[in-house]
Design a binder for this molecule. Sequence first.
Ligand SMILES: Nc1ncnc2c1ncn2[C@@H]1O[C@H](COP(=O)(O)OP(=O)(O)OP(=O)(O)O)[C@@H](O)[C@H]1O
Ligand SMILES: [Mg+2]
Length: 309
Amino acid sequence: MTASALPLPDSVDAVIALLATQNYVCDRRLATALFLSLKLQRPLFVEGEPGVGKTELAKTLSRALGTLMLRVQCYEGLDVAQTAYEWNVARQMIEIRLAEAAHQVNDAGDKTRLAQNLYARSMLIERPLLQALTQAQSPVLLIDELDRADEPFDAFLLEVLAENQITVPELGTIRATAPPITIITSNRTREIHDALKRRCLYHWVEFPSVERELEIVRLKAPGASDRLYVQVVEFVQRMRTLDLFKAPGVAETIDWTNALVALNAFSLDPATVQDTLGVLLKYQDDIVKLQSGDTAKLLDELRARALLE
Ligand SMILES: Nc1ncnc2c1ncn2[C@@H]1O[C@H](COP(=O)(O)OP(=O)(O)OP(=O)(O)O)[C@@H](O)[C@H]1O
Ligand SMILES: [Mg+2]
């Protein structure tokens, strides 16, 4: 079975509809990028602010297509052994001991046979990148937060992304039976290598519009009143225009709505906002900024627009 054997959406509208089945609200530009990446079988490279739905996109896609998701969570020092494969050294040692015990390591022929056994495919422990190439049905391969890995990892990924293959020096080249649908995310704490970007389709995920964010919070944080949803989203959207060290993402809007519902709040008021700022903002300087005047200013603005009593 190949990637085309999966029930892939055949239009941009079909992508939007497919993701909507799993409660993912996808705008047309992102849906177009995803549609093209599926159609052209090219990895999709998504960058954007934290908490705007990059990781969720890959998770949603695998659920919607009913296919396996394999994930490489990137961090500093990540290497081939953790992401692609490593030799099963314990099993290799046992193999050597057994051969020695059976007196099967006498001449050159024995040694060649033993070496072949030691570096057989069955001695390989498959990590997510290799697993992604050896599935019968195309999986979704999520390479998450690539900017956290060191630059040499970009170079290693080139072969996987461009050729859908991994070369194991002792064994040869392993090619994908069903090419994975690859989604790479980054928060842009460093620039990803141009050669790698060139092999991907690129999309920058913006903060959503008011309408789209309202749709997301209604789906992901049920239980609030219509009025509260509007107040929360309008407040957060205005917060993003302030000069904050770290503006709240969609994830924070969802968390804040859930927090307000848990506190039985029906409408925003200064005390509730001040007391729950830690759900929205994760830097003390930002919290102080909001506490010293900006909260009152934003609430006044909502009131002036008749969104608040
Ligand atoms: N368009 C969307 N539709 C539905 N849910 C969304 C959408 N965007 C974000 N979310 C929700 O917001 C939360 C955060 O999303 P996610 O973890 O994918 O963000 P991210 O961009 O990967 O952030 P980070 O860079 O911090 O990893 C998730 O709970 C997800 O369900
Ligand atoms: Mg993420």
